[in-house]
Design a binder for this molecule. Structure first.
Ligand SMILES: [Zn+2]
Length: 241
């Protein structure tokens, strides 16, 4: 039987003499692995349409075991993203977390569309000479939205433990295990927490309300963006513990 998918190429690795094993995230069936037979031959017509991060229309023949790619045609080749050092670093960070956080065949069109929107914006900023900070803010905003779609909701209002309202002079921390933001006093009883600036907290509160396209317009200092990055790495570590 032959099936058609719109799939983003997450990973690929060599197998056998001339083949590759591809990990796809598809609109129709979520994440799965498929074999590309003969794609390492110079004459392969499918190989140029199966590079990392491409969105391709892929026909797969299924029998026993993983399916085999019959044909692939790139819909978005994300050429700018794939040749821009900063954009690639961002794309590999999200790809590595995405691949580890999403289970095989976990199927969610909202996650597919969020990931595709993220890659298209990253490609746009790579093409138009966007700054590294903008791409990093886009990347960290994408990850916060991804965690929410995966069902991880954290309290970004009051202290998650003593429910005290924060004031502008407060030192604020984040602990995924405690469920969100913490005041300095509550943080002492928690083993693992990351410190956030007041601005980083403001951005975290804005992310659920705004689209990725609008979030990258926020004026943010690099130190605030790096705090968001630490926070997201902390959350990913907690989810995969
Ligand atoms: Zn507290």
């Amino acid at each position: 039987m032959e099936y058609n998918y719109h799939g983003i190429i997450l990973r690929q690795r060599k197998i056998g003499e001339t083949d590759r094993l591809y990990t796809l995230y598809t609109l129709e069936a979520g994440k799965f692995v498929v074999v590309g037979k003969g794609v390492r031959r110079m004459t392969s017509k499918n190989a140029p349409h199966l590079e990392d991060f491409m969105l391709s229309h892929i026909a797969i023949v299924r029998g026993r075991g993983p399916g085999a790619i019959k044909s692939a045609v790139a819909e978005y080749d994300f050429c700018a993203l794939r040749t821009h050092v900063d954009a690639l670093q961002c794309a590999y960070r999200t790809r590595n977390l995405f691949d580890r956080l999403i289970d095989d065949s976990e199927h969610d069109q909202k996650i597919f569309l969020l990931y595709l929107t993220y890659l298209r914006l990253l490609d746009h900023y790579a093409f138009s000479g966007g700054e590294r900070e903008t791409m990093t803010l886009l990347t960290e905003s994408f990850l916060v939205k991804l965690y929410q779609l995966l069902g991880y909701h954290f309290a970004f209002g009051r202290c998650a433990l003593c429910v005290r309202v924060f004031v502008t002079t407060d030192r604020i921390f984040f602990s995924a295990a405690s469920g969100g933001l913490l005041c300095a006093s509550c943080t002492r009883s928690v083993g693992d927490a990351v410190m956030l600036s007041q601005n980083a907290v403001k951005i975290l509160r804005l992310i659920p309300q705004y689209s990725l396209k609008n979030l990258v317009k926020i004026r943010a200092a690099n130190t605030d963006i790096q705090m968001l990055r630490s926070c997201n790495t902390h959350i990913a570590g907690w989810i995969m513990r």
